[in-house]
Write a protein that binds this ligand. Sequence first.
Ligand code: BGC
Length: 775
Amino acid sequence: MNSFYKKDAWQIIEEGFHPEMNRESESIFSLGNGYMGQRANFEEHYSGDSLQGSYIAGVYYPDKTRVGWWKNGYPEYFAKVLNAPNWIGIDISVNGIAIDLAISKITSFSRILNMKEGYLERSFRVTDSENKTVEISSRRFLSMAEPDLGIIRYTVKSIDFEGNLDFTVYIDGDVKNEDSNYGEKFWVEVSKEIDGNSGVLITRTLKTDFHVATGMCFEILKNNKEVLVNADSIDKEKYIASSFTLGIRTGEEVVLNKYVSVLSSLNISKEHLLKDTKARLNITKAKGYKKLFLEHTREWERIWSTSDVIIEGDISAQQAIRFNIFQLNQTYTGKDERLNIGPKGFTGEKYGGSTYWDTEAFGLPFFLKTADQKVGKNLLLYRYKHLEKSIANAEKLGFKDGAALYPMVTMNGEECHNEWEITFEEIHRNGVIAFAIFNYIRHTGDEEYMAEYGLEVLIGISRFWSQRTTFSENLKKYVILGVTGPNEYENNVNNNWYTNSLAVWTLSYTIKNIRILEKGNPDKLSALFRKINFNFSDETTRWQDVIKNMHFAVDNTRNIFLQQDGFLDKELKPASSIPSAEKPINQHWSWDRILRSCFIKQADVLQGLYLFEDQFDTDTIKRNYDFYEPMTVHESSLSACIHSIVASRIGDIEKAYELYLRTARLDLDDYNNEVSEGLHITSMAGTWLAIVEGFGGMRIIDDKILLNPLIPLNWQSYSFHARFRGVMFEVKVTKECVSVNNISQKPLRVEISGKEYQIKGAEKIILNLKLDFFS
Ligand code: BGC
């Protein structure tokens, strides 16, 4: 673990240039606005180590799968989020010598991510061979108000230099993905135009044929006055640039404002791309830098006003939670139901920008509590629209009659991963997609969603569970064979407790909702049954039998649930027995050794106890936690947050806090030594949940909110906002009291530490409570 970045409540600060940490910082300082994203690459040429990354949500490439031995059922391709045309480029030379931070003499350097206003600022001083210095600073943002816009203010100030500055402002479409399976480039040129200080490059992707127009224009200010430059136009294959020279004297300052608009055929017809991009550039330049920046920061102000978490007394935790909230909002804004939340967001190539179960298990609960209802709804509709493809996906595996198996990894509804054990065996993802419907409705009260969309998905998934179970004559029980649970350090196991629990829960929940709709809207139900050819009694007889007779592996001696059949045959040892030089085990041990071991990559039984907590008493949860937590190595970013919530639930605040810090500062302190590949966006939602559901103990029971707050010893207070069925409220917890401020006009029912309160609209209650905290 390292603490490389300076601690600050609203900023991430890097001081001094550390080329060996450049990839890490490029991830940490990434920007995004839900529509596109950009790693913190430098504007000017850099010959040192860097992972260049500009990404556009939904623009992907189906790279042909690479496997050693092809098996029937493997997906054809592994989708890649594409490294899109580089729009940030501004090359600069000082008296003919190109600035390149890998080579130039730098006397100061800093990089700052301002999370409050959503921009990246970098500044450095460069000294030439005659010891003359210029100071360069760049401020960059991806507009939250107008998401197709990326804006850069690039400032060069002469400290004591006199001479010429040569600028080349460019768009470069000749880019590649580092993770390309066969080393191919994925973009080809469609057209380009460059005229003085504005131009548009249109490229298209191979296979998927997405057309992307990247347009740029710029203006120059010298000592605060606009100057007109006579720029030379340059064009090459997949590249356009404007180049010009300006003289500068001691104390003078040149500012270059680069305005970029990125439009794609995802939203605009191919024929209109050029015209529309030019129009966007004209409007943008006319608006000007200041106004664009103001509109952008106002959006951030709005976001923070409903999602900020304030922690007093712990700057590390404060910085971390804001970083997590910031990155989540940069990744997903919920405006487009075709988009989703990639595990790395827009910060790297790993996981291909695709959708995983992470969305429903982690992302959705965060957005349900912090964003408008339509954001959560769009996440659900994304899956609804993929129902047909998930039925086709199940058919490929031999299922029939409308059984739906959602992909483990997807861009467009098709499965697109290339590992058998993850792609096919982690069928638990189907369960959490069903659970998400329940979660959405209990948060929003939007019952209509069930009739309109939810039930159809639930029936598809239930059909799958029913067909995926086998009746074991030996056990006289239903079993689910050959799966991988969330703990990916096990493959092809039988009766993963979490998976079996989800299957039974889905079947019961589906039947329950069919019955509700039968009473509430029988016509709608009959229409749905006709549409999907569903015969209630024929199909649900088996479902009922599975519900009653599912096999669950248990250990009656310890009185715990077993992660899977045979788990106790392993040599049970605590993770603390692994020498630190061998951690993480996935980088040191053979796969064979990992699979034989008892060590658990991420919450598995505990993931189930977290979801279905209301079915178990505290002692049961504690016994299972005490058994599994010591064996868990937390080598998935999705693990520590769930363990932290469960630790809070059983009152172990000390452990809950330790796990919280691990999850919250996972990237900032690079716990898993992999932040260079990108950030762990989906686990960031888990971090927020570790505060709200963990320390705050927030739950939803029917139409009321439950709070059972705890507070870590070193915190003076913490507060968070949450939404529930049209009500927005703020909870503040100190060591002595809890307050709930109902910010909306509707009343809110809350139960705090066992006592119920009705809080009117715009009313605040303050309760003096002696809170538990560790001594
Ligand atoms: C985890 C999976 C997760 C994936 C993407 C893996 O390391 O084990 O549960 O879906 O990362 O975040």
